[in-house]
Design a protein around this ligand. Structure first.
Ligand code: SAH
Length: 421
């Protein structure tokens, strides 16, 4: 197929005639006005929107059928659109335009005109100033669908819309800033749209390889990645040093994204990082994330609350020993779901303490490892057997441990065939 030859037109101050005044014509008129054209409309009837534009003096509406001569008088049209919904009139307009050597866009049938409109969209926010035009394939709805997908991808940061020209020169004078971005529990598409967009614009990404780390492979080449997480055989970078990295990079004028697993403010030390930045005068913002405390049970078909089962849940870290978990469980409702993060290593003591504190031995337990990743694994057990079963299964971090009757919802879903076994 011979490809089209795309050009764009500067219509500012030029006279454009639009024949027809239905919804298609109205869309064209609005775009033409936005592009600065002087628009005349010829049609016996018009949409409410076009009437309003005419009343406001934005366009000139001749309230009658098209007549030969409209193209050239009183002033000659520079471009004409015809969208009357009637092939005979559209053809007539196109023929006259052809004879006068005026470009004519025939909305009803692009194959009959020498010029046509692509599906057009204008970028917003960071994509400001960018315009997308999709054409070809003889299937306008296909072009529109592709245009919409491109606009969404521009807004979410999936497409590189960051300005490149000029930014290198000004980097030194720019004030740096930090965004603490919650990356969600692990799947690349469980980060928020805002988080994804900021990630795409980061100069530096500080990550500990928990959460949406698959996105790191898709960052622009210029983005610097600093890994402060645990790697085999290496110790993690201590928190004070992470804090200092954030401040140092921002002071050099960089836009720093601190990518964190789940939500930055849930057992993620995001609060400390934010305070540290603020104390050093660095502009800092937080972008919430989908916390693993709620989302990882969900990945296993377990709602943390369920009508008739429990109306509350407690999230606790077992990192510093079972005492915190036991204290949290004591002050919660007896039926509250317990969600333990970092709970694998001290599970035996934690479970024993909970039983000693009054939780039933047969309380259902689910251990969900690497939720929302292709390594996800779920072990279901009961409180008295949890530590043994976890050991036998070789359960490892990262894992979320759910304790409570809500775990039975998973079994119900399985019985209904709604979950993979
Ligand atoms: N801020 C994070 C939690 C950080 S603490 C959040 O809101 O999710 C790290 C702990 O979170 C891990 O030890 C584990 O208990 C839990 N975790 C995070 N992501 C997980 C995942 N994909 N699967 C299972 N557990 C996860």
């Amino acid at each position: 197929m011979t490809p089209d030859y795309p050009v764009t037109l500067d219509v500012r101050g030029r006279r454009v005639l639009v024949v027809g005044a239905g919804p298609v014509a109205e869309r064209r008129v609005r775009m033409l006005r936005a592009s600065g054209a002087c628009v005349d409309v010829v049609a016996p009837r018009a949409t409410d929107g076009l009437r309003a534009l005419a009343d406001a003096g934005e366009i000139c509406w001749k309230r009658r059928e098209f007549e030969p001569g409209d193209l050239t008088g009183p002033t000659r049209a520079w471009l004409v659109h015809t969208a009357t919904g009637r092939a005979d009139i559209d053809d007539l307009v196109a023929r006259e335009a052809q004879a006068e050597a005026i470009w004519c866009v025939q909305a009803g049938d692009s194959s009959r005109s020498a010029a046509w409109m692509p599906a057009v969209g204008v970028g917003r926010g960071d994509a400001d100033g960018l315009q997308v035009a999709v054409t070809g394939g003889g299937d306008p709805r296909r072009s529109v669908a592709l245009r919409d997908a491109i606009l969404v991808a521009m807004e979410t940061g999936d497409l590189p819309v960051t300005r490149i020209r000029g930014t290198e020169a000004t980097r030194a004078e720019r004030t740096g800033r930090v965004a603490l971005v919650g990356g969600g529990p692990g799947a690349d598409d469980l980060i928020t749209v805002r988080g994804r967009r900021l990630l795409a614009h980061a100069d530096v990404v500080v990550t500990d390889r928990l959460g949406a780390t698959g996105l790191l492979d898709r960052l622009p080449q210029r983005t610097r990645i600093i890994d402060v997480g645990k790697t085999p055989g290496h110790h993690p970078v201590p928190q004070w040093e992470i804090n200092e990295i954030l401040v140092r990079e921002a002071k050099e004028g960089q836009f720093v994204v601190r990518l964190k697993g789940g939500d930055p403010f849930v057992l993620g030390r995001g609060g400390e990082e934010m305070l540290h930045c603020a104390a050093h005068g660095i502009p800092v913002e937080v972008v919430p994330g989908v916390t693993s405390a709620v989302a990882v049970p969900a990945a296993a078909g377990i709602p943390v609350t369920q009508r008739g089962v429990t109306a509350s849940f407690v999230v606790a870290s077992a990192h510093d020993g079972p005492e915190h978990v036991l204290a949290a469980a004591r002050s919660a409702a007896p039926d509250a779901t317990l969600v333990l993060l970092m709970g694998i290593t001290r599970l035996a003591e934690t479970a024993a303490g909970l039983i000693a504190g009054g939780r039933a031995r047969h309380t259902p337990v689910a251990i969900v490892e690497s939720g929302w990743t292709d390594r996800q694994r779920v072990t279901t057990t009961t409180l008295d057997r949890a530590a043994d079963d976890a050991r036998a299964a070789g359960a490892r971090n990262p894992a979320v441990i759910v304790i409570g009757d809500v775990v039975t919802v998973r079994h119900e879903l399985q019985a209904l065939g709604a979950l993979a076994p």
